[in-house]
Design a binder for this molecule. Structure first.
Ligand code: GLV
Ligand code: MN
Ligand code: MN
Length: 410
């Protein structure tokens, strides 16, 4: 193995900039919600780069794209990658860094004329964000086989259209089979999306696993009435029930301790007018914890409180599950290799769990998997001001290069 090999940072930064120009929004952010025209344009750009780099491209029926670089031997590839879809107010690094750093590793090997023993693959998975279609990590979940393709294709998004029709519309309903994929090992480089690394002045996170994620959509149905004439005791206000549940989950996080997280990120009131009591509230709750038992308790108590709040107000309550993923622990050997390689590069490194969901948590179900984090300035992500310093991007990509080379050589 040639440990003197290093990635070309300006070339990687150019690709990050070019991809961020697709779906760019005011203020420096990016909007490429999954399977939109902007997502298609981003995909086309990345697939073009894959072709230029000589990768053999396959696109499966859920739109996952894999670029394969052949090795000296046939067999399961060592894979890297992430996603290129974004939330509506996303940054340029979330997901994109992992895919483009993978391409940079390939470009570096091409420049050096190196052929690895095992094949190397760079993938981007469909709809990791789950902002438009739930669940999140949809493409990697179908890829590793735990979500049926038909269920994924039938999923209806926030705008009432299906995954199937959007995949066909943007031309990414591919022919490669899904669900029987063999991967030797998977490594994903990603920005931390939180404050820890920057706060502690550490450059590399050796990710130990991903916390559990539970998403539910609640619908409350009450009765609209006049805001000026309806006595408080006689109201059936869907809005107040949504508000009470929102406050409850926030208080619950304090009671259960620092590891429990709760977010109500989406609320729609109907008819949404100043002087009309809401007859309908639709809102989402995102609960997360690295401790599966505490997460289960949070879920149970939230359901119980919601039922009680609906009963108190005399309204109807319905809920449906949008995502339910247990906490994941990565392979100890992969965590240790990230630490050792980072240390060998003279970089500071710490072990840490991931707060965000990642495609790696799905790949961990079928192969040894690891993740490399680099710092997010101000801990910001899912925000147009998301930023990671160039030097940290280079450091993370070099750790990725060495780890992939090692895995593909042994
Ligand atoms: C995906 O980005 C998530 O963790 O919500
Ligand atoms: Mn991501
Ligand atoms: Mn994200």
């Amino acid at each position: 193995m040639n440990t003197a090999l290093a990635i070309n940072l300006p070339r990687l930064l150019q690709r990050i900039q070019a991809l961020a120009d697709v779906g760019a929004i005011d203020g420096g952010g990016v909007c490429r919600l999954a399977l939109t025209d902007a997502d298609r344009d981003g995909r086309d750009l990345v697939v073009g780069w894959m072709r230029e780099l000589g990768l053999e491209i396959s696109i499966d029926a859920i739109g996952n794209v894999v670029g394969l670089r052949r090795g000296l031997e046939e067999g399961a590839p060592v894979m890297t990658g992430s996603h290129i879809d974004t939330v509506r107010t996303g940054g340029r690094y979330d997901g994109n860094l992992g895919v483009l750093a993978g391409l940079e590793v390939v470009a570096t090997l091409n420049d050096a004329g190196m052929v690895t023993r095992r094949p190397l693959a760079v993938a981007f998975f469909t709809n990791e964000e789950g902002a438009r279609f739930q669940p999140d990590m949809m493409g990697s979940l179908v890829y590793q086989g735990d979500m049926a393709l038909q269920d994924a294709l039938d999923t209806v998004g926030i705008d009432g259209t299906t995954v199937r029709e959007n995949l066909e519309r943007i031309g990414y309903a591919g022919g490669a089979p899904v669900g029987d994929n063999k991967v030797h090992a998977f490594v994903e480089l990603h920005v931390e999306q939180g404050p820890l690394l920057e706060h502690e002045g550490v450059t590399i996170g050796a990710v130990t696993g991903v916390q559990g994620i539970h998403w539910t959509e609640y619908t409350v149905e009450g009765i609209s009435n006049h805001a000026g004439t309806t006595p408080m005791a006689l109201r059936h206000d869907a809005g107040i029930v949504a508000a009470r549940i929102t406050c409850f989950v926030r208080d619950l996080t304090l009671e259960l301790g620092g590891g429990q997280l709760a977010t109500v990120g989406q609320v729609q009131l109907t008819p949404n007018l100043i002087n009309v009591i809401a007859n309908r509230a639709v809102f989402t709750i995102d609960l997360r914890n690295t401790d599966g038992a505490v997460l289960a308790e949070a879920v149970r108590r939230t359901f119980a409180f919601a039922e009680q709040a609906a009963q108190d107000e005399g309204v109807r309550l319905m809920h449906r599950s949008l995502a339910d993923f247990a906490p994941v622990m990565f392979d100890e050997r992969m965590i240790a290799r990230v630490e050792q390689i980072a240390t060998g590069h003279g970089l500071s490194v710490r072990r840490m769990p991931s707060g965000a969901g990642h495609d790696a948590q799905m790949l961990a179900r079928i192969c040894p998997t690891g993740m490399i984090f680099v710092p997010s300035v101000g801990g910001l992500s899912h925000n147009i001001d998301e930023f990671t310093n160039d030097q940290d991007i280079g450091a993370g990509a070099d750790v990725l290069l060495e780890m992939l080379l090692e895995l593909a050589s042994t």
